[in-house]
Design a protein around this ligand. Structure first.
Ligand code: GLN
Length: 257
């Protein structure tokens, strides 16, 4: 049994949420290290030394060619086998926002990893603009994701321009939704602005068939303390931010493997 869970938080040029993600993992009891993608490509850092990978949000490589596309190309062409090996060893992966875009465009999701690139992507929000606000999420009751065990609803911020999930019809049976954008009553909705991007089936997060890879457009690492929430002074601050549970679940799953 692993006691110390080592987490590699991956950054690339233009990533801007890596330190927040590392902080979330640390609060959750993990031992995070922020690693630049070039350290992995050069072999200076080895995925074998880690149990968890966190793909942080931001604007990797300036979102050139589409959000996450250049980072995904780097990973697909230079790190694909290493990533597959990591998953075979039961490693855990979370990708948030730009990290979600990278997981899809690398061919790791919807899974199993496919270098031929499944016909699924994340593209421009229906609104045609960057959407930045708190959203409500409701979980798919039967999802197998280890990162979200015990979470039925979650309120977290979104901040993206390219969050609309789209997929070819033949891909639908491969998608394993974890969260849907929801209205104020917790019901999945296609209505803007509760659904910020017009995603297929209102999907905000996906997992693969192992439940160990999790990708989410909203940012759970931005709600790890009660005081990060709007109007927090009018609420109880005894509980941590609800997003922390995602990282605690990930660390627990790594410890249990
Ligand atoms: N917060 C983020 O990770 C932003 C994601 C991406 N750059 C977009 O705008 O879609």
């Amino acid at each position: 049994m692993v006691t110390e869970v080592k987490v590699l938080v991956l950054r690339a040029p233009g990533t801007n949420c890596d330190r927040e993600m590392a902080e979330a993992f640390q609060l959750a009891g993990g031992v995070p290290r922020v690693v630049h993608i070039n350290e992995l490509i050069s072999g200076e850092v080895n995925l074998r030394d880690y149990q968890v990978i966190g793909l942080a949000g931001g604007f990797s490589y300036g979102d050139d060619l589409g959000a996450g596309k250049v980072q995904a190309n780097e990973m697909r062409l230079r790190l694909f086998e290493a990533l597959k090996g990591f998953m075979t060893r039961s490693g855990l992966i979370i990708g948030v926002c730009n990290g979600f875009q990278v997981l899809i465009k690398t061919g790791i999701l919807p899974g199993p990893p496919d270098p031929a690139l499944p016909l699924v992507t994340l593209t421009n929000n229906d609104s045609g603009r960057f959407e930045c606000r708190w959203v409500k999420l409701t979980a798919e009751p039967s999802n197998p994701c280890v990162w979200t065990e015990g979470i039925t609803q979650l309120e977290v911020p979104v901040a993206h321009g390219e969050g609309k999930l789209v997929a070819a019809p033949e891909m639908l049976s491969r998608l394993r939704p974890v969260f849907y954008y929801a209205d104020e009553f917790g019901k999945p909705t296609a209505e803007y602005p509760a659904n910020p991007n017009g995603a297929l089936d209102n999907i905000a997060g996906l997992t693969d068939n192992t439940g160990r890879v999790f990708a989410l457009m909203p940012h759970p690492e931005r709600f790890i303390r009660a005081s990060q929430r709007p109007r927090w002074t009018r609420q109880s601050i005894d509980e941590p931010g609800a997003g922390l549970k995602v990282f605690q679940n990930g660390i627990k799953a790594a410890r249990d493997s």
